[in-house]
Structures are given as structure tokens and as C-alpha cells.
Design a protein around this ligand. Structure first.
Ligand code: ATP
Ligand code: MG
Ligand code: MG
Length: 383
């Protein structure tokens, strides 16, 4: 056994599942707190899992008692509970970091204070329709209305294209704590997975992310039509952003590359991230290996985070029929360089992340050629 310490994870979705895939290869035990047949538990047979909600204080306490290091696969956790257990168990990353990041507006303020370039934003809590109108006057349209909390896959975002959209925006998001962001007229979106260890901050390569309906659809590693120096700047910015936080583990950093070639942080995630799935096949160690090693203080050579081969990742989302994700996976079986991941989730709601496919090839062009029929097939499955 490489390490006899036990890792506890709040949440047992696909990110927890892929973390366990990495832990299993090192015989490291991961205790999952989530519902009984959650994706992560399905691939991990031992009696250390806890059945319940990661929002339940008693369950988090029990997890802390039977684990040596506690981490998260989701940031929407009760950081006060984690603060409480931090006196008994190591919590990585720090609950302070999770508290700042889980509130997207607090996160933006934090970056501003630390001199990290980030999309401009205004607090709208308690300001109602008049507040939204004022933002329109000062930012112009379109602008982005966002929920500060509990946001993922664009559920929590609303684009205002004119003053006439204010009513529908408030209908969609009015009950949530809101802020507004200036529109980022980006050329494309980039992401970098950053690894924070006891010794410093390391980065995986820069990738391009393509979103559709505010949900990540594809990642390209390396990015298409982006210079080496821009990729390097993205890594530097990601490093600076994450260097400002306390604690260890991997962090996903989402960025906008604007038309004038400048970079802005969109948001960060204090955990493995969709834009880092490609690392499983494309890099010597994956974002999951890196997260596990970082929180356990095991060695991570920076050169192990390099891109071995260009790669493209395609998400498999729930489509128009309950089994359309299975049809996509079956089609991908015919593709010689496709690695297929299905997450073992029950119901396929439209837009729900059900799995992903990664193709690696000697050139990005070859990977693009191989993935094209799969992109077309995925598009046909959309509702
Ligand atoms: P995630 O699943 O990544 O956590 P999220 O729900 O937190 O998503 P954001 O990352 O805020 O949502 O936004 C989703 C997408 O919407 C972005 O990747 C980008 O394509 C677009 N977007 C977000 N903010 C802006 C902005 N200020 N200007 C233009 N487009 C934006
Ligand atoms: Mg987000
Ligand atoms: Mg995002």
C-alpha cells in the first residue's frame, strides 16, 4: 500500500467516481458520503462508505471520524460543517477556500483584491428590477445575470439582451442571490487545471473549451489557433489565481480569451473539473491522480502533467430518449482511439452529464477527424 490513510469525499458523482478509479490503482481507500448507489460507490467495495447527504451535519461528522483527509467533489457544501471538523481531520482544500469559491461573487471580489484579471461584476442582492435596469445602463446589453450560489452547467445564468428581458430574468432567477457580469465578448474559452501541493503550484496544459447552452461540450488539448505564448499566459494567470488560495488539491480555472488577446478569469472550481477529463488518457498522470497525490502529500513531478498526445474530449449529455447516451457510447465503440466513460447515473435527463469520450491521436487534426462523426451523432441525439 502506497498510503494507508483513508480519504473521505463529500459527494459521489462522476468526479468522485473517477477519483476512486485513480485511488483504486494505488490501493488507497476512499470513503464516499452520498446516496447508496451513487456513481462513485458503484466501483468501490468496502464498508467505509456513508449513506446520506453531504449536506447533513451528522453524516459529515461521521465521515470525518473514519477518514484521515476529507475532500470534496462539489463546492456546494456547508463550509461551516467543514470548519467544525477541521480540528479533527485534515480538510483539503481549506474550508476557507471552499467558502470563497462556492459564492461566485465573493470569488470575483477575492480575485480583484488579489490583482487577478476577472470579468467586471456588480452585486444585485436586494436591488430588484431597478438594479437590473441600472446595470443595463452602466454595462450596456447584453450582460449576464448570475446566481451567486448553487450554480452549475449554466443553471443560474441568464443573458439579458435588452431591458425587455428584465421580467423574464427575474422570473427565472429572482429567488436566488444575484449579481451581474459585464459581457465578455470572447474569441474562445480556455481552461487550465492547476495543482496546489504542499510545495507550490503546478499546472496541466492549457485547453480550449467549447460550451453549448452554457454546458461544456468539448475540450481541445492543445487549443485550436492559440499561440504558445497565449497558452503560457493562461497557465500563468491560472497559477496566480489559485496561488491566492489556501489548501491543496486540483482546481479548474475557466478563462475567456478576448478578441484583443487579453485573458480574464471566468470562474474557478476547487476540485477536479470537466475540462480536465482529457488528462486521464492524454497525460502521464490525470487530474484525479494529481488531486489524490496533492491532498496526501505524495510526489507529483511537473513533467508528469504534460500532454503526451493531442486529445479531444466530448461530453455525453442526456438526450431526447432515456438511452440516447448509451447509443452514443455504442457508436464510440467503433472508433479506434476513443476512450469511453459512462458514469453509472440512473436517469438521463436532457442535458445531464452521463459520460464522456476522449480521443487521443498523434495530431489534433487526426483527433478532430475521428471525433467529427461522434459530434454529429451527439447532435442528432439532442432533444
Ligand atoms: P459550470 O458548469 O462551469 O460551473 P456555471 O453554471 O458556473 O458553469 P459559468 O461558468 O458562469 O456557469 O458560465 C457558463 C458559460 O456561459 C461560460 O462558460 C461562457 O460560455 C458563458 N458566460 C459566462 N459568463 C459570461 C460573460 N460574462 N460573458 C459572456 N459569456 C459568459
Ligand atoms: Mg460554475
Ligand atoms: Mg463555468
Amino acid at each position: 500500500m502506497v498510503d494507508s490513510r483513508k480519504v473521505g469525499v463529500l459527494g459521489g458523482g462522476q468526479l468522485g467516481r473517477m477519483l476512486i478509479e485513480a485511488a483504486n490503482r494505488l490501493n488507497v481507500q476512499v470513503n464516499v458520503l452520498d446516496a447508496a448507489a451513487s456513481p462513485a460507490k458503484q466501483i468501490s467495495a468496502h464498508n467505509g462508505h456513508i449513506e446520506g447527504s453531504f449536506k447533513d451535519a451528522a453524516a459529515v461528522k461521521r465521515l470525518a471520524q473514519i477518514s484521515d483527509v476529507v475532500t470534496v467533489e462539489i463546492e456546494h457544501v456547508d463550509t461551516h460543517m467543514l470548519e467544525e471538523v477541521a480540528s479533527e481531520v485534515v480538510v483539503e482544500p481549506s474550508w476557507k477556500t471552499l467558502r470563497t469559491i462556492k459564492d461566485k461573487y465573493a470569488q470575483k471580489q477575492y480575485f480583484k483584491e488579489h490583482g487577478v484579471d476577472v470579468a467586471e461584476s456588480i452585486d444585485l442582492e436586494g436591488k430588484g428590477a431597478d438594479g437590473l435596469k441600472e446595470v443595463g445602463t452602466s454595462y450596456g446589453y447584453p450582460y449576464m445575470l448570475k446566481s451567486k450560489t448553487e450554480a452549475y452547467d449554466g443553471r443560474g445564468n441568464f443573458v439579458l439582451r435588452s431591458e425587455a428581458d428584465i421580467d423574464s430574468a427575474l422570473q427565472a432567477l429572482g429567488t436566488r442571490p444575484l449579481y451581474a457580469e459585464r459581457w465578455a465578448d470572447f474569441r474562445l474559452e480556455l481552461a487550465v487545471m492547476v495543482v496546489k501541493t504542499k510545495d507550490g503550484v503546478l499546472t496541466f496544459p492549457t485547453v480550449e473549451t467549447v460550451h453549448e447552452d452554457s454546458i461544456c461540450k468539448l475540450t481541445y488539448a492543445p487549443p485550436r489557433n492559440v499561440s504558445e505564448s497565449t497558452s503560457q499566459r493562461a497557465q500563468d494567470l491560472a497559477k496566480k489565481a489559485i496561488g491566492a488560495f489556501e489548501g491543496k488539491g486540483v482546481f479548474g480555472v475557466e478563462m475567456f480569451l478576448l478578441k484583443d488577446d487579453s485573458l480574464l478569469i471566468n470562474e474557478v472550481a476547487p476540485r477536479p473539473h470537466n475540462s480536465g477529463h482529457y488528462t486521464i488518457e492524454a497525460c502521464p498522470i490525470s487530474q484525479y491522480d494529481a488531486h489524490l497525490r496533492a491532498i496526501l502529500d505524495l510526489p507529483i513531478p511537473q513533467s508528469a502533467l504534460r500532454l503526451r498526445e493531442p486529445s479531444i474530449m466530448l461530453n455525453i449529455l442526456g438526450g431526447k430518449t432515456p438511452d440516447s447516451h448509451v447509443q452514443v457510447a455504442k457508436k464510440a465503440l467503433e472508433s479506434p482511439n476513443a476512450s469511453i466513460h459512462l458514469y453509472g447515473k440512473g436517469d438521463a435527463r436532457p442535458g445531464r452529464k452521463m459520460g464522456h469520450i476522449t480521443i487521443t491521436a498523434p495530431t489534433l487534426a487526426a483527433a478532430e477527424q475521428e471525433i467529427q462523426p461522434l459530434i454529429e451523432f451527439v447532435d442528432e441525439q439532442k432533444g
